[in-house]
Design a binder for this molecule. Structure first.
Ligand code: MN
Length: 301
C-alpha cells in the first residue's frame, strides 16, 4: 500500500506497466435464468466453468427496470462452504441472516458474506419501481475454512476505495489492490482481485496479474478491446493463463464499464448441490442434513 507515499506521483509509480498482456481464451454469453422467488438474472459464470475459473464458483448479473423481474427477491435460503459478494450498481436490497446480521445494500455498495459452516439469509428488494442492477459473485473457501464461523460486512459506496488513473479510468477496488490502493476486503488464500472499472472513450487500463491466477473480464456497458479481441457488452472474456504474461490491458473506444476479477485457484475438489459447495458428496449430505435438522438456523425471532 503506497497511497500515503508522497513520493509516488501517480498509480504508474506504484504499479509497473504490463509487459506482456494476457489474451482472451474464450468469450462467454451468460444464460438467462431465474432464482430465488422468481428474480430474472443472467448467470454469467455457470457451474461448468467452476474448475476453469477456480476459486470463483458463480457470477450472476441482474439488471431490470421492470419490478416484476426482481420484486420477490430471495426469501430465506441457506448457504455453506463459500463466500457471496453482492455489488449493487443501482437499487436497494435488504439482507438479513441467521448470524444476526442485517444491512441495506444500495447504489454502489457491496456486501461480503462468508457463509462458512452455514447461514440462512434473505435478500429482499426495498423498492417497488425503478432500476435494480448489480452482481453476485461466489468465491470458494479452502477445505480448511469451509466450516469456519460466518462473517459479514457491508461496505457503503462511499467506503469503497477508489482511484482515478492518469487516463481518467475510475477504479473501484472492491477486493485485492490496484494502483497501490488496497481494496475494501482482502483474502489470504484466494487473493481475490475484484475491480469495477469505468473507462472513458479512448482510455487504456493496465492491471498486473499473477500468472498463476485465473481471471476474467465482464463488460456490462460499452465495448472493450482485451488482448487484441473485441469484447462486447454482456460478455465474459476468460483470460488465457500464460506463464509469461504479467497482466491484462483493456482499451475502450467508447465509454465502457467492466468488472475485472482474478484469484488464486484452490485446486481442491468442488462438489455443489444448490446453495452448498463442499469438497465431497459426504459433506454435501451432511450440509443437507444439518439444514433439515435446523443446525443451519433460521431467524431467532
Ligand atoms: Mn443467498
Amino acid at each position: 500500500m503506497q497511497a500515503t507515499d508522497q513520493t509516488a506521483p501517480s498509480d504508474a509509480a506504484s504499479q509497473a506497466p504490463v509487459r506482456r498482456a494476457r489474451t482472451v481464451e474464450r468469450l462467454v454469453r451468460g444464460q438467462p435464468t431465474s432464482d430465488g422467488a422468481g428474480v430474472r438474472l443472467t448467470r454469467v459464470l455457470t457451474q461448468d466453468l467452476q474448475r476453469r475459473l477456480d476459486p470463483f464458483l458463480m457470477l450472476d448479473a441482474f439488471g431490470s427496470d421492470n419490478p416484476d423481474d426482481y420484486i420477490a427477491g430471495f426469501p430465506d435460503h441457506p448457504h455453506r462452504g463459500f463466500e457471496t459478494i453482492t455489488y449493487m450498481i443501482a437499487g436497494r436490497m435488504l439482507h438479513r441472516d441467521s448470524a444476526g446480521h442485517e444491512g441495506l445494500l444500495q447504489n454502489g455498495g457491496m456486501q461480503w458474506m462468508t457463509a462458512g459452516r452455514g447461514v440462512v439469509h434473505s435478500e429482499i428488494p426495498q423498492q417497488e419501481s425503478g432500476v435494480m442492477e448489480g452482481f453476485q459473485l461466489w468465491l470458494n473457501l479452502a477445505a480448511r475454512d469451509k466450516l469456519r464461523e460466518p462473517w459479514y460486512r457491508d461496505v457503503q459506496a462511499a467506503e469503497i476505495p477508489r482511484l482515478r488513473t492518469a487516463q481518467g479510468v475510475e477504479v473501484a477496488v472492491l477486493a485485492g489492490s490496484s494502483g497501490g490502493v488496497a481494496g475494501a476486503v482482502t483474502r489470504e488464500l484466494t487473493e481475490p482481485l475484484y475491480l469495477d472499472l469505468h473507462l472513458p472513450a479512448g482510455s487504456r487500463f493496465e492491471q498486473p496479474l499473477d500468472p498463476g491466477h485465473n481471471a476474467f473480464v465482464y463488460v456490462y456497458r460499452g465495448e472493450l478491446e482485451v488482448g487484441g479481441e473485441t469484447v462486447p457488452a454482456q460478455r465474459m472474456a476468460i483470460l488465457a493463463n500464460d506463464a509469461q504474461a504479467d497482466g491484462v490491458v483493456l482499451q475502450a473506444a467508447v465509454p465502457s464499464r467492466a468488472l475485472l476479477v482474478a484469484g488464486r485457484p484452490l485446486r481442491e475438489p468442488i462438489v455443489q448441490y444448490g446453495p452448498f459447495v463442499m469438497n465431497t458428496q459426504q459433506e454435501i449430505f451432511e450440509a443437507v442434513r444439518d439444514f433439515r435438522e435446523g443446525r443451519i438456523k433460521g431467524y431467532a425471532g
